[in-house]
Ligand binder design. Structure first.
Ligand code: NAD
Length: 353
């Protein structure tokens, strides 16, 4: 298996370096035969290649089996005509990675104010309020006059149907409960279509319990009692916001792993950004990227029917649970270690499991 590894911006190089070591260790341990290919995107690529991402890189990713993308300083990339392309958008759109799965759960040894919970946000990834992925060329955010702007939100039946199916499939492997999050009281046509699709897909999954919440009320419910949720399906922007909240509620945004999956390709990527406030200080939590790598291995295992890849994913998750239980973690989740040492101890633990 060929996996392309892109460190990214800010804390990316520090955390991706740990993630790479974990992937190498698990490949050795279970004879997975993974080859990692380092590539660049983001600021480093802009400096060297005049573009944050290039068509050549896309071709390499399409030729590989999977991609690990580090966090990107997307806010810095404002002008596509100068090569400043949002790499997350680029890969999600070009590879049609329509399902962004963002799990969040509490661990016994991480202090939180919440009851224990274990949920997953399933976020549509290819349209919605993200104006950079709604139209064939250009952007669906329009400056009408210097003082007037319009942002268009595209919602299509196809994208609603397929994200709903992803959520119900995931729910079947979890607690068989799907919550639809929307704003159909205001966005009657578009979120109306989203709910309608989800309800229709639900008919194929009679074992799954379904409910729905308006997105603003959902914020209160998820803070009040996150334990009542299992699989949450929602549109792009709502899912982005809600999943940052749920990972922080679980203890830290630094735990926020995610997988961007389509029918053909998948990309592991932390839910958070490049965290410039802590970059270069050896304090960033690498667990978000490690979880993302574990999700990628599981996806590869399911896709190619490789039980050892699924086992690898489970071993990495177990190793993380043990590391957290023994406080071999970064400070954001109650440990005392730096990023590097957290990684070294993790790899040693993984090798001895
Ligand atoms: P951020 O997600 O980078 O950081 C938010 C907060 O969480 C910060 O306090 C940060 O220190 C903390 N945090 C994030 N990751 C952490 C980790 N692994 N360990 C410990 N703490 C962690 O959000 P931001 O600062 O608003 O954005 C920075 C840049 O990232 C911007 O350019 C933004 O556009 C971009 N961004 C990219 C993505 C992506 O690549 N998918 C997602 C969100 C933001």
């Amino acid at each position: 298996m060929k996996i392309i590894v892109i460190p990214g911006d800010g804390i990316g190089p520090e955390t991706m370096s740990v993630c790479t070591q974990v992937l190498e260790a698990i490949s050795d341990k279970l004879a997975l035969g993974i080859s990692l290919f380092p590539e660049i995107a983001g600021h480093e690529s802009l400096k060297k290649l005049n573009a944050t991402v290039t068509p050549e890189l896309l071709a390499k990713v399409k030729d590989a089996d999977g991609l690990m993308l580090g966090p990107m300083a997307t806010y810095d990339f404002k002008d596509e005509s100068k090569g400043e392309i949002n790499p997350s958008k680029f890969f999600r759109k070009q590879l049609d990675l329509y399902a962004n799965i963002r799990p969040a759960k509490t661990f016994p040894n991480i202090p939180t104010r919440m009851n224990p919970f274990d949920l997953a946000v399933v976020r549509e990834n290819t349209e919605g309020f993200y104006s950079d992925r709604n139209v064939e060329s250009g952007n669906s955010e329009i400056l009408v006059t210097p003082e007037v702007g319009i942002a268009l939100r595209r919602i299509t039946r196809l994208c609603c149907d397929r994200i709903a199916k992803s959520a119900f499939e995931l729910a079947m492997t979890r607690k068989k409960h799907v919550t639809i999050v929307h704003k159909a009281n205001v966005l009657r046509i578009t979120d109306g279509m989203f709910i309608d699709s989800c309800r229709k897909v639900a008919q194929d999954y009679p074992e799954v319990t379904v409910d729905d919440f308006i997105v603003d009320a959902m914020m209160a419910h998820v803070v009040r009692s996150p334990e009542r949720f299992d699989t949450i399906v929602t549109t792009n922007m709502f899912g982005d916001i809600l999943s940052d909240l749920t990972s922080e509620l679980s203890g830290s945004l630094g735990l926020g792993g995610s997988l961007n999956a389509g029918d053909q390709y998948a990309m592991g990527q932390a839910a958070h950004g490049s965290a410039p406030d802590i970059a270069g200080q050896d304090i960033a939590n690498p667990f978000s990227l490690i979880t993302s790598a574990s999700m990628l291995l599981n996806w590869l295992g399911q896709k190619h029917q490789l039980p050892n890849y699924i086992k690898a994913s489970k071993l990495i998750d177990l190793c993380m649970e043990q590391a957290i239980a023994e406080k071999e973690t970064t400070r954001d989740i109650g440990g005392t270690l730096g990023t590097k040492e957290t990684g070294q101890r993790f790899v040693a633990r993984l090798s001895s499991l």
